[in-house]
Ligand binder design. Structure first.
Ligand code: ADP
Ligand code: MG
Length: 709
């Protein structure tokens, strides 16, 4: 028998990599030539797959999967929970003689009909139509995990509305492909037949001891701590970033890498992050769709591997107050089937022209749809990060670096003297671009959307987010800009093309320069300046989400076939529901922790202090017991305050529960319930800081953050 997940530790890296993936190599080896060609064409061009082809692929897949120890198959999909979902069916088909045969048909490969009634649909799927459909996505390879063959699929309702994150992502990649190919053809690159979106998402996470995790209801239920006094040490010494890996953490990363490599996930870089116990993993970039699937697998394997080694992996955006939260940088570019990274400035005039046009398209797209980009990363968790002087601000702007900024200015000013040393004049009137080095583009870490040499890096996504969301927006918005550019280019004769390109690019630079900002995004001055420039500053999910239904945004998605209006309405409702539910659970968890756990610690300590003072008095009647008295007094004062604040939180949460209007309810949770929680936390934390650890029935910040071996 071939390798299974259990023996991946003994394989060499080349043997191991992708060994559990039904990838192109396996298909080439195992499928008849004509079938392989048909599948390849489907993957490349998105063409329909005939049933007889699907049957052969299914039979081959089944054979391969069984050889690798699989007994089941599942359609793997990404409902609007942001997580993945799966339902396993075994290959067995019992026979009259008491034996079994193993079956897996083309129909089973291509389409599934899970009961969809318990997934969020935002009212898209009436309950009498409980069925949803899953449809095979051949562009993301099937793989084996825990004895099951996983088939990546898209998920939609009986009526064909998308109920997942993959369908709109694939639609947006298609839209961008069409628009980009049109523009490249107009620019003379007629050999290009396909443009793919590439994505590399750097993933941050925390590791803490599993036993400690289990003792904290807030971490278990909400993924973040709701109370907890800061440890004497935080991240101020800056000694964790890129620090030496502790042996057990190193073992975790090593094991995680091997699990991911077996699944064909190209895990590449690993290091300690800024906060104590915080780490990062970055993969090599892939086609957006595969990168999204692989990021989901990465998050899942992080949790599993952590659990196996006695850790809990925290993917929440802000698990601990007072130290950095976790994000997920979405590196994004475009690549042609002729192998050109279009966002690489390159060294020849044609590449420069492509770069210029696409740079302009991205700038226009981000300026016109900054609200959508903000919405694509909005969640109850990520709201704690954005604008908190550690992650990008909630205002979206683009960092282009000094070299590009100078070039953009030269366009604006028709600056014929603009020179990039030693380069020849481009025919289009601008100069050949200066060599854009990574050094000049990668310095500003405060920008939410930065050009980093040959790609854009969107730094707002939260660590637990599905990266499908921001990429759907980016792809669609850029497709829209490219369509506008194509309209202006399509009838221009070749000899006038360069001048026209120059004119278009200049116009976009001039009209959209307000979105470009190279300074420090964390300062108050920038927030003021951004307001003057008319940029959005959507601070929270309830502030941002209604813009999803703004006419310009509905028009964009409908025009490019990404979402129907009904699908957008559903997503709007689901986002608000997820938000209010998250904070509701947080509020209830906090109330319980304060009432049951914190109070117990406080009472125990008060008793101990009182007893100790009484005994001291017995032995030493003249004793003042000054410390005991002062602590008891502080606790007594604070407990009154805690009681009042707890009552207010309870009451306001009940009020919020009763609000029917979704948006009004979300605002109530944001403006009132979260504010109550902050106040209560401050009061509780001030007392926790006075109580010795042994009385507190859950691990403290110091224990959680500094105990990793
Ligand atoms: P850092 O941001 O830590 O300096 P890099 O810039 O080298 O590191 O890469 C960060 C991420 O960007 C990696 O996941 C890498 O694969 C990805 N990346 C690099 N080139 C591209 C590209 N053309 N398209 C999408 N992602 C890319
Ligand atoms: Mg980065």
């Amino acid at each position: 028998m071939s390798k299974t997940t259990t023996d991946i530790s003994s394989q060499t890296l080349p043997e191991l990599y992708g060994s559990l993936v039904f990838n192109d190599k396996v298909m080439k080896e195992r499928l008849p030539k004509d079938i392989y060609k048909a599948v390849h064409k489907t993957i490349q061009q998105g063409t329909h797959l005939e049933l007889d082809v699907a049957n052969t692929v299914a039979a081959t897949m089944k054979e391969w999967a069984i050889e690798h120890g699989a007994t089941h198959f599942t359609h793997w999909f990404q409902p609007m929970t942001g997580l993945t979902a799966e339902k396993h069916d075994s290959f067995i088909s019992p026979q009259a003689d008491g034996g079994i045969i193993l079956e897996f048909s083309g129909k089973e490969l291509v389409k599934g009909e899970p009961d969809a009634s318990s997934f969020p649909s935002g009212g898209l799927r009436a309950t009498f139509e409980a069925r949803g459909y899953t449809a095979w996505d051949p562009s993301s390879p099937a793989f084996i995990k825990d004895g099951t063959l996983y088939i990546p699929t898209a998920f939609c309702s009986y009526g064909g509305e998308s109920l997942d994150k993959k369908t709109p992502l694939l639609r947006s990649m298609d839209a961008l492909n069409k628009s980009a190919v049109n523009v490249l053809h107009a620019l003379g690159a007629t050999d290009v037949t396909k443009v793919d979106t590439t994505v590399g998402s750097e993933q941050e996470y925390f590791l803490i001891d599993k036993e400690m995790y289990r003792q904290r209801k807030d971490l278990m239920m909400c993924g973040r701590t709701l109370i907890g006094a800061p440890a004497p040490k935080g991240q101020e010494m800056e000694d964790h970033y890129f620090g030496v890996l502790k042996p057990k953490v190193s073992e975790f990363m090593h094991e995680l890498d091997r699990e991911l490599w077996a699944l064909g996930v190209p895990a590449k870089t690993k290091h300690n992050e800024v906060a104590p116990s915080q780490h990062e993993l970055a993969p090599v970039f892939e086609t957006a769709n595969v990168a999204v699937d692989h990021n989901q697998l990465t998050m899942e394997m992080m949790k599993k591997t952590a659990d196996k080694l006695g850790y809990a992996c925290l993917l929440h955006e802000k698990p601990f107050e007072g130290i950095n939260g976790s994000g997920k940088h979405n590196n994004w570019s475009l690549i042609t089937d002729t192998g050109e990274n279009i966002l690489n400035p390159g060294s020849t005039p044609e590449e420069n022209t492509h770069f210029l046009v696409f740079l302009a398209a991205v700038i226009e797209a981000v300026d016109n749809y900054a609200d959508l980009l903000r919405i694509s990363v909005a969640s109850a968790g990520n709201d704690h990060r954005l604008g908190a002087n550690e992650a990008p601000p909630a205002v979206i702007s683009i960092f282009v670096g000094d070299d590009l900024e100078k070039m953009i200015e030269s366009f604006e000013n028709d600056d014929a003297d603009y020179k990039s040393a030693g380069k020849t004049q481009m025919q289009i009137g601008a100069q050949v671009l200066p060599h854009i080095t990574k050094d000049t583009t990668d310095r500003n870490r405060t920008s939410p959307f930065a050009f980093t040499g040959n790609k854009f890096e969107f730094r707002m996504p939260g660590s637990s987010l599905s990266v499908a969301d921001p990429n759907i927006v980016l792809n669609t918005a850029v497709a829209e800009s490219l369509d506008g550019i194509y309209e202006q280019l399509k009838d221009v004769p070749a000899d006038k093309m360069d001048a026209k390109v120059h004119e278009i690019v200049k116009k976009i630079f001039v009209e959209h320069k307000r979105i470009i900002f190279n300074g420090n995004g964390y300062t108050d001055e920038w927030i003021e300046e951004a307001e003057k420039r008319g940029l959005y500053n959507l601070k929270s999910l309830p502030d941002a989400e209604p813009h999803l239904l703004d006419k310009k945004n509905v028009d964009l998605f409908v025009k490019h076939g990404i979402f129907t209006e009904a699908e957008l309405q559903a997503r709007y409702e689901i986002a608000l529901e997820n938000y209010t539910k998250s904070i509701h659970i947080e509020s209830l968890t906090m109330q319980e922790m304060v009432k049951k756990d914190f109070t117990k610690g406080m009472v125990d300590y008060v008793n101990a202090l009182g007893e100790s003072a009484a005994r001291t008095k017995e032995i030493l009647p003249s004793a003042g017991c000054v410390y005991e008295k002062s602590v008891l007094e502080k606790i007594d004062n604070a407990s009154g305050q805690i009681n009042t604040l707890l009552g207010k939180l309870e009451e306001d949460t009940k009020k919020a529960e009763g609000i029917e209007d979704l948006l009004e309810c979300a605002h109530m949770y944001h403006d009132t319930v979260l504010a109550d929680m902050d106040e209560l936390r401050a009061a509780v934390d001030s007392i926790e800081a006075l109580i010795p650890d042994q009385y507190i029935p859950y691990p403290t910040y110091g224990e959680m953050l500094f105990s990793l071996r």
